[in-house]
Design a protein around this ligand. Structure first.
Ligand SMILES: Nc1ncnc2c1ncn2[C@@H]1O[C@H](COP(=O)(O)OP(=O)(O)OP(=O)(O)O)[C@@H](O)[C@H]1O
Length: 548
């Protein structure tokens, strides 16, 4: 039974991909498994010696009784230290493994394309890193060590029992086998409930983040009650999902407990029968009770843990999908922009049936373009297409004659900067927000700040941590400077100076458009006459914007 259960256990752990992490932290896990083994060996030895304590008592041998008692106490004290060390090493190993799981979520995010990143929401990633790792802590790695503890305990106890009588071992193994397979009845429901807890926790995090971000909107509309209603609605669902999981687990555990009690009575009945027939000494009864209790308890608990482990290990599969995407290299690398960017028969269809059709557009190297059009005409969508964020379109986008569909979209940022309508600034210093960890020469650093007309505040605030302490216009200018520091041949601007006063906006636009080497695509609602003088073409998106 032990070998069979060992195989099942290994396949389950492999299935859950957790074995990868056990291998990565070999030394830490070796220490945990070693300390578990010593702990169980000491505990089993202590149970075996209990028979000697009882037998000396029955034989009224005082010295022997105190000797065995003292040995048992020493074993118990040593075991307490071993257990303490085991718990510390367990925590070290688990924490390292959890961070390795987090690393395996974050690392692929640094390699995948933006459209692959967008397949999951930011809240999902956040929840994987926080909520799911909590599930992995309790129902994953802890269960692996518990399963190992159970196997060693059953093995050692089985060996000890055979010293008393083989019939006892046979009965114990039979009871153990029944208890091991019994929890399989609950497998599907535990898996379903665990997945539900993970999904509802993701959803609750997404909702609370959303409503907290929109706090100001609700506050000024006197609708904060909506935040409470929606977030608490999700947290109540989470509470229900958690209770359901615990209910299923409890139902499984207590059914098993009943079965286990019956099993233990059976073993004691067999032990009693053997004692009555004079086949074993009466002192053995306590040891048999302890050891058979260990086997039956662990049989059911190991089966229970394997079910949890399997359900939790499934969580790792979804992280694996991003890792797979990060390995995809979809075509030719782009390293430079040499002549032109063309859009031919380009159209985008949305799931609600709306279709945007774009005119033919040719962007030539070094030239300056403004794209204008009514609200909803597809300007921002066009930017997402140009910078490779959006991949589901019909028609062609050709960069120096190379079709976007055949080039590695992850390499587009080598040639293209994009200044978004709503720049994101990190809670870091102004300087770190500008450099983003890149090595920028002092010359380009200063020049970019001056082109973005950000020199009036940036140089005084380089060491200031950004914490909403910059005006909207200052944030925009900082973002313009940050993108210019990349010194890429194509600059795409999406309403990049919308929050800046006209005089400053004109100055920024003039500074950028005067650079003969830069190819600029500006999307704007405010095309000033002064700016038009620097443009080679103004493209009107009088796109056919239909519902089909
Ligand atoms: N992810 C999406 N799903 C469905 N429809 C979308 C999606 N993104 C954009 N649209 C639709 O596409 C159309 C064009 O949107 P887009 O943001 O490109 O317009 P825009 O010209 O930039 O508008 P504005 O000037 O108001 O910013 C809109 O009708 C919008 O509803």
């Amino acid at each position: 039974m032990l070998q069979c259960s060992g195989n099942i256990i290994l396949s389950k752990i492999r299935e859950g991909k957790m074995v990868k992490y056990l291998k990565e932290f070999k030394f830490e896990n070796f220490m945990v498994f070693l300390l578990i083994t010593i702990d169980i060996a000491l505990a089993v030895l202590s149970s075996v010696f209990l028979a000697n304590v009882l037998n000396s008592l029955i034989a009224r041998e005082m010295n022997q009784f105190f000797l065995w008692l003292a040995i048992d106490i020493v074993l118990w004290v040593v075991d307490s230290f071993v257990q303490g060390a085991r718990d510390v090493w367990k925590e070290i190993a688990i924490q390292k493994q959890l961070n390795a799981v987090r690393r395996d979520i974050i690392e692929p995010l640094t390699e995948i394309s933006y459209s692959d990143f967008e397949k999951n929401s930011k809240e999902d990633y956040n929840s994987w890193l926080n909520n799911d790792t909590k599930l992995l802590y309790d129902n994953g790695f802890h269960q692996i060590y518990f399963v190992y503890t159970g196997i060693v305990a059953m093995l050692f106890s089985g060996i000890a029992i055979i010293f008393f009588h083989w019939v006892l071992l046979l009965t114990t193994l039979l009871v153990g086998a029944i208890l091991f397979y019994f929890p399989k009845i609950f497998k599907k429901s535990v898996e379903r409930d665990t997945e539900q807890v993970s999904d509802v926790a993701n959803d609750a995090l997404a909702t609370s983040t959303d409503y907290l971000r929109g706090y100001e909107v609700l506050y000024h509309n006197k609708q904060l009650g909506l935040m409470q209603e929606r977030t608490m609605g999700k947290f109540n669902q989470l509470a229900t999902a958690n209770v359901k999981l615990i209910f299923t687990r409890a139902w499984m555990q207590y059914s098993l407990l009943g079965a286990s009690m019956l099993g233990q009575f059976l073993i004691l009945a067999v032990a009693g029968f053997l004692i009555m027939n004079g086949q074993i000494g009466i002192g053995v009864v306590m040891s048999v009770g302890n050891l058979s209790g260990t086997v039956t308890n662990y049989s059911k608990s190991v089966a229970n843990s394997l079910i949890l482990l399997n359900a939790t290990g499934k969580l790792l599969e979804k992280y694996g999908k991003i890792a797979d995407e990060s390995k995809v290299t979809d075509g030719e690398e782009v390293t430079d922009f040499e002549s032109k960017l063309e859009l031919k028969n380009l159209s985008v269809a949305f799931p609600d049936g709306q279709k945007i059709e774009y005119p033919e557009i040719v962007i030539e190297k070094g030239k300056k373009y403004a794209i204008i059009g009514d609200s909803g005409s597809g300007k921002s969508t066009l930017i997402n297409l140009l910078v490779g964020n959006k991949r589901d379109y019909e028609g062609e986008i050709l960069l120096d004659g190379k079709d976007y569909k055949g080039i590695n979209r992850k390499s587009l940022p080598h040639v293209m900067s994009v200044i978004m309508q709503f720049p994101y600034l990190f809670r870091e210093t102004v300087e770190e927000n500008l450099t983003l960890g890149r090595k920028i020469s002092p010359d380009i650093f200063d020049k970019s700040i001056r082109i973005a007309c950000a020199d009036d505040f940036v140089f005084n605030k380089l060491d200031t941590i950004y914490d909403k302490n910059l005006s909207g216009g200052q944030q925009e200018r900082l973002s313009v400077a940050r993108e210019l520091m990349g010194t890429k041949p194509i600059l795409v601007m999406d309403e990049s100076t919308a929050s800046v006063d006209k005089k400053t906006a004109l100055a920024v636009e003039k500074n950028i458009l005067e650079n003969p080497d830069l190819t600029v695509i500006m999307i704007t609602h405010h095309l000033y006459d002064e700016t038009q003088n620097y443009l080679d073409e103004v493209i009107h998106l009088d796109t056919v914007n239909n519902y089909v």
